[in-house]
Design a binder for this molecule. Structure first.
Ligand SMILES: *[C@@H]1O[C@H](CO)[C@@H](O)[C@H](O)[C@H]1NC(C)=O
Ligand SMILES: *[C@@H]1O[C@H](CO)[C@@H](O)[C@H](O)[C@H]1NC(C)=O
Ligand SMILES: *[C@@H]1O[C@H](CO)[C@@H](O)[C@H](O)[C@H]1NC(C)=O
Length: 416
């Protein structure tokens, strides 16, 4: 209801097409960060892309070297740091399904063999479930499999310890197909975190990989070394990043979806590169007393603009505690990292870092309302976030997104 009060204030503001304002979000995944040079296995000398397995990550599940035959044999004195990737996969019992798929597609083997970095390798159970969901391997095209492999390949060698840092880490993949990576030419990413989907949980739990649409995969056997890097076994196939509306649809964000469709903004939110979407749940809209039917289109457009950032992608790692970030409305939101949670204004992020083809979505437990006196907001110099969102209704309960529905819908949209 408060939103309705505020919205007319902003109806007079034009569509702001500029880039981020005074507080641009920055995306930091510069090569080399967290990849300490050093040696790991026996005989680690001189191969390109050297790496360290480092200390065990706190809270990661599984233990290195399980499964037998995965320890780098250190072949002779030639300076090899481990088997080649095909050999490592063939020697790892829990990757035998992956091994059999590779055997069927010589092109895959070639691209894997030339790859250095990190392979997030789905376990047998993960691949079996995925293939079954697709209606069998025969119904998956080789191009799709190649895209999928690319999304599971990180160009940098990253230890589980490096991926398990507090706050989480955004890691670039090799997925450049523009169907899944509309990021002005850069590859899409995964979010790795041992601290939940926002990276803000107070204590670490198992390392998880967050990808498209919102599910996560657990890293079950980390740090298996091959000559060009590391393999981490995961227990679920990663989901391709999807567009904003596909993501909203799959995540049952139907009020948001309706707002986007009703205002003809589908192509804007789906095709604008480097888009950050704050996505209130249906329950959040309802709790805020917002009924789309009673709002004008201009009001809905303004509300959507206040939930959007365009420019660099606002992964949780790009936000700093206490800072303001300019929205499309021209009025900034203030981000807080506290109490084990990520807050946009005073609204808690329920599921963070849902990777989209053109950016990222953070699912919100409340609706964002511009501060009451933000009429100066177009200059970016509003009063601080102390008043921002105070009228929003943060719902700290977990309105969990139905995993069952996710599974059903993901199967149908995966290779659409
Ligand atoms: C990941 O691990 C959690 C427990 O930490 C478990 O509940 C969940 O089912 C696992 N995910 C998959 C895909 O197996
Ligand atoms: C959305 O597009 C449809 C079809 O082009 C049009 O009839 C409708 O008026 C548009 N609505 C808005 C809010 O622009
Ligand atoms: C707007 O916010 C500023 C700074 O907090 C405050 O000084 C001012 O009184 C507010 N104006 C209105 C109209 O509420």
């Amino acid at each position: 209801m408060h939103l309705k009060v505020f919205l007319p204030l902003f109806a007079v503001l034009g569509w702001v097409t500029g880039s981020l304002g005074h507080e641009p979000v920055t995306y930091t995944d510069s090569p080399g960060t967290g990849v300490a040079p050093g040696s790991s296995g026996p005989g680690a000398t001189g191969s390109s892309g050297s790496y360290t397995t480092g200390p065990s990550a706190p809270g990661t599940t599984g233990s290195p070297g399980t499964g037998g035959g995965t320890t780098p044999p250190g072949t002779g004195t030639t300076g090899s740091t481990g088997p080649d990737i095909a050999t490592l996969i063939s020697q790892t019992a829990e990757l035998s399904t992956l091994n059999s798929i590779i055997a069927q597609y010589p092109g895959l083997l070639a691209s894997l063999s030339s790859a250095a970095g990190t392979l997030l390798a789905p376990s047998n159970a993960a691949l079996d479930a995925f293939i079954t969901g697709q209606g069998g391997l025969a119904s998956i095209t080789e191009d799709s499999i190649q895209d999928l492999v690319n999304y599971h390949l990180l160009p940098l060698s990253r230890t589980s310890a490096d991926l398990s840092v507090a706050g989480g880490r955004v890691a670039e993949t090799r997925l450049l197909d523009t169907d899944y990576a509309n990021l002005e030419g850069t590859a899409n990413v995964v979010f790795a975190s041992a601290y939940g989907s926002t990276g803000q949980e107070v204590a670490p739990s198992g390392l998880k990989i967050y990808s498209g649409i919102g599910e996560s995969a657990n890293v079950t056997s980390p740090d298996l070394a091959f000559e060009g890097g590391l393999v981490h076994v995961i227990d679920r196939v990663l989901n391709f990043p999807r567009t904003c509306t596909q993501t909203a649809q799959t995540a049952s964000l139907s009020t948001l979806l309706q707002a986007i469709q009703q205002t003809n903004l589908t192509s804007v939110v789906d095709t604008t590169a480097k888009f950050t979407c704050f996505a209130p749940t249906d329950a959040a809209f309802e709790a805020a007393g917002i009924n789309l039917a009673s709002l004008t289109n201009d009001q809905i457009v303004d509300a959507l603009k206040y939930h959007s950032i365009v420019g660099d992608v606002g992964y949780s790692t790009a936000f700093e505690d206490g800072k303001e970030y300019q929205t499309l409305l021209g009025v900034p939101v203030t981000v807080h990292k506290r109490e084990g949670q990520l807050f946009i204004n005073d609204v808690a992020v329920q599921t963070g870092n849902v990777i989209m083809s053109n950016g990222v979505a953070h699912v919100l437990s409340g609706v964002l309302s511009p501060p009451a006196n933000a009429s100066g907001g177009t200059t970016g110099g509003t009063s601080a976030g102390s008043t921002a969102g105070s009228s929003a209704t943060p719902l700290r309960d977990s309105f969990g997104i139905s995993v069952g529905l996710f599974l059903a819908v993901i199967s149908s949209v995966y290779f659409a």
